[in-house]
Design a protein around this ligand. Structure first.
Ligand code: UDP
Ligand code: MG
Length: 312
């Protein structure tokens, strides 16, 4: 019998744990003769009683396991911790807030049985999304697909199944700032997609604020592509050429060839234009470099990506 692990990162989800458990159990029933299921919760330093709810279930039900983080490390790290601790033949990642329709788990497994190593849930358009999120995600995907070394399917979610082989490979990543789904995409393997409509969040509020999403987007640009770093260099070359040539033109025209156009620029104007350009470029380059240096720094100091308080 093949084993399947349902991986659930949870942050402040006390009211959602039980409904999710009930929904999952219902999904397991018709599949239970062919597969053994376990539910692996990762409590990501919740401030509410999420861990209490999970412990209650774990006490009653053998198939409920959990990791309890010592503090909040973020969903990406929580998911990674789950993958690190998954021993099943396949791992299915599900949000704790019931936004991912767990009824589709059977379809995920069916695709997996057909030989796909990665089955990705792709969200149909969500009417309740604000315009900022819609525009933001459009912008994000169009840019990242132009500059990144991998192609990312728009609206692909973390609701996905990965085969044990993918799990094993995933563990080899050592970067600490990570976007799980991008890393899984980066791994390749045979992939297929399942389209779904996201439900409304059952209880509580989404903890992914616009700012958090923005940081995640910036982080993925930096970790998936070196082009942002190179842009500063290209701009530097272009602007040095531009300012060098125009500066030379103005100098030559003014003092040697005496052309009228060049003479209309005053000395301070020339200087101001040049300085403004250079200061802008230097600041931009420093800003970009700083992002990369920060990332390198994180890797070099090699802190553990997470600290597990308890394992069951
Ligand atoms: N989550 C987490 N750590 C965090 C934030 C979120 O483990 O720091 C979990 C959360 O409990 C949920 C999933 O990640 O199971 C998705 O989070 P959320 O619903 O807030 O985000 P969205 O639905 O907007 O993607
Ligand atoms: Mg959600």
């Amino acid at each position: 019998m093949k084993s399947i692990c349902i991986l659930v990162p949870a942050y402040n989800e006390e009211k959602n744990i039980l409904p999710l458990y009930v929904a999952l159990k219902k999904v397991f029933v018709p599949l239970e003769d062919r597969y053994s299921f376990e539910i692996l919760f990762v409590n990501d330093g919740s401030k509410d009683n999420t861990i209490g709810e999970i412990e209650k279930l774990a006490e009653k039900d053998q198939c409920v396991k959990y990791l309890d983080f010592s503090r909040n490390f973020g969903k990406e790290i929580a998911t990674s911790a789950g993958i690190d601790n998954c021993t099943a033949d396949a791992c299915i990642m599900v949000d704790a807030d019931l936004q991912h329709p767990v009824e589709l788990i059977g379809e995920f497994i069916a695709k997996w049985e057909k030989g796909f190593d990665v089955v990705i849930g792709v969200r149909n358009k969500n009417k309740s999304d604000g315009w900022m999120k819609i525009v933001g995600s459009k912008f994000f995907y169009s840019i990242i697909n132009k500059i990144a070394e991998i192609k990312i399917v728009p609206n692909a979610t973390d609701f996905r199944l990965i085969d044990k082989a993918v799990v094993m490979e995933f563990r080899r990543f050592t970067e600490k700032s990570r976007m799980t789904r991008a890393l899984i995409d980066w791994l390749g393997f045979r992939r297929d997609f399942i389209y779904f409509d996201a439900n409304e969040r059952l209880h509580g509020t989404a903890s992914y604020s616009f700012w958090k999403l923005f940081c995640l987007a910036i982080n993925s640009f930096v970790s998936l592509s070196l082009i942002p770093l190179q842009i500063a260099g290209y701009l530097g070359i272009i602007i040095t050429l531009f300012s060098g040539i125009s500066g030379a033109y103005i100098l030559l025209g003014k003092y040697f060839l005496h052309t009228i156009f060049a003479s209309t620029f005053s000395d301070s104007e020339n200087l101001a234009i040049l300085l403004l350009f250079m200061v802008g470029i230097i600041l931009m380059s420093i800003g970009l470099l700083a992002i990369y240096v920060a990332n390198i720094h994180k890797e070099v100091i090699n802190r553990p990506a997470y600290v597990i308080r308890k394992k069951r």
